[in-house]
Design a protein around this ligand. Structure first.
Ligand code: XMP
Length: 321
């Protein structure tokens, strides 16, 4: 079934919320559902919609996949608990790192994450809880890019012909599939989420694995996580659509304290975009770039080179994987 976009200019957030709350209630009936919260604007909006529809019949899970940003699981769980919504943390780092071992190809990495997330992790949660539904924040752009064969977004399943009931034992409910990011932000605001959520730059489901070229290992995640923290601290005030750090696979020769230092390379990307479909690098000032280079080479162990991406999407994409 083809999904039709509901455009920002045609969206009445209050009507949309009522409609989706009704739809979720009707679909789940008197059963229960589980919800995958990552803390992004999309899954946060779904959490609010499903909480309204199902109350205590909804169980929310934050999956610690070992690929998240610094302090993220704790921050998101406590933010939702502050709004009276309980979220359980599922420690699944080892399962994800095992699934990613030795994989270099980007689409295979995405596939391994999808399999682990929906099969191993949520398959088990759903089996144990007796729920028949999984709620998640897939959006219109995710589907469009996957169906077009650009990138297999980790959360697109049924649109690729995957029968989730047969494969994983549950049905997937995706209340936001008709909306792009700006419309989802409007809905998130109308749902009473704080600005730190509804204004958040996008962050991909496969998390920092989309920002590591080559094999994903705990050590590489630690490096890109440290660089990401600096990039976010330095670039949040710029107001760009999205900004990130990428860890490259090739090492290069550097010099530190007069001695050769064969080290890693971080690429910084900062994007201006309306909906992630097309994007251009933000024209950052040289002072900002200089500070990023100083901090990343000074504070992230092993990094001797910092570059800034100047290519547009297309032909580039926002994440490297
Ligand atoms: P790309 O890299 O395809 O990214 O230009 C477009 C937008 O989508 C985000 N992204 C994802 N979001 N699951 C998600 O939920 C994914 O697998 C995924 N891959 C990319 C990316 O951060 C950007 O905002």
């Amino acid at each position: 079934m083809k999904t039709e976009e509901l455009r920002l200019e045609d969206l009445d957030p209050e009507w949309f919320i009522e409609e989706k709350v009704r739809e979720i209630s009707r679909t789940v009936g008197d059963g229960s559902a589980v919800n995958a919260l990552s803390g992004g604007v999309d899954s946060s909006a779904v959490t609010m919609l499903a909480h309204r529809a199902l109350g205590r019949r909804l169980r929310n899970y934050f999956i610690e996949n070992g690929l998240m940003r610094d302090g993220e699981p704790e921050r998101i769980i406590s933010l939702f608990e502050g709004m009276g919504i309980k979220v359980e943390l599922v420690r699944a780092e080892e399962r994800f790192f095992n699934a990613l071992k030795s994989i270099i190809d980007p689409e295979e990495k995405r596939e391994a994450i999808t399999r682990t997330f929906y099969g191993d992790v949520f398959g088990k949660i759903v089996r144990e809880s007796g729920a028949r539904f999984l709620l998640q924040g897939t959006n219109f752009t995710d589907i469009e890019e996957t169906v077009a064969g650009i990138k297999r977004q980790h959360n697109v399943l049924e649109q690729l012909g995957i029968d989730t009931e047969e494969r994983y034992g549950y049905r997937v409910i995706e209340p936001l599939v008709q909306l792009r990011k700006p419309a989802i932000r409007r809905v998130a605001k109308a749902l009473g989420l704080p600005a730190e959520i509804y204004d958040r730059p996008p962050f991909p489901g496969p998390a920092l694995a989309t920002r590591i070229v080559g094999e994903v290992t705990p050590a590489k995640v630690q490096t890109v996580r440290a660089a990401t923290k600096i990039v976010e601290e330095e670039l949040t005030s710029v107001g760009a659509f999205q900004f990130l750090a990428v860890l490259h696979e090739d090492k290069v020769t550097g010099v530190r304290a007069g001695r050769r230092d064969y080290g890693q390379q971080i690429e910084v990307r900062c994007w201006d975009s309306a909906d992630a479909k097309t994007a251009s690098p933000t024209r950052l000032t040289y002072d900002i770039l200089d500070r990023l280079a100083e901090r990343i080479t000074g504070e992230v162990p092993g990094v001797v080179s910092v570059t800034y991406n100047i290519a547009k999407k297309p032909p580039s994409t926002i994440e490297v994987v």
